[in-house]
Write a protein of this length. Structure first.
Length: 94
């Protein structure tokens, strides 16, 4: 399995009119096979996810023969991240 060591990733969501919305994001990958992203509560991607939770995330991945990884899944919105996830963000982006 690839190591998700990249600093930034790209998040794709779907706008209300069906067009793609693609933005760079900060992220951390947990040992529970979850990817947490950091974004503003009122950003377009949050509005899009609240209407359609299907997302794609592309990031550089060490150990992947193509040099990147793409995750396609359903996103879950959270008002707050758990302490361990916040500590992961602090360590990665300080």
């Amino acid at each position: 399995m690839a190591t998700l060591s990249a600093r930034d990733a790209w998040l794709a969501t779907q706008n209300q009119d069906g067009s793609p919305h693609l933005v760079p994001i900060w992220f951390v990958a947990t040992q529970a096979d979850s990817i947490w992203i950091a974004t503003g509560r009122h950003d377009t991607e949050v509005k899009n996810i609240s209407k359609n939770c299907e997302v794609s995330i592309r990031m550089r991945a060490e150990g992947d023969r193509n040099g990147d990884a793409v995750a396609v899944s359903n996103a879950t919105l959270h008002d707050e991240a758990p302490t361990d996830v916040l500590e992961m963000f602090d360590t990665k982006y300080q």
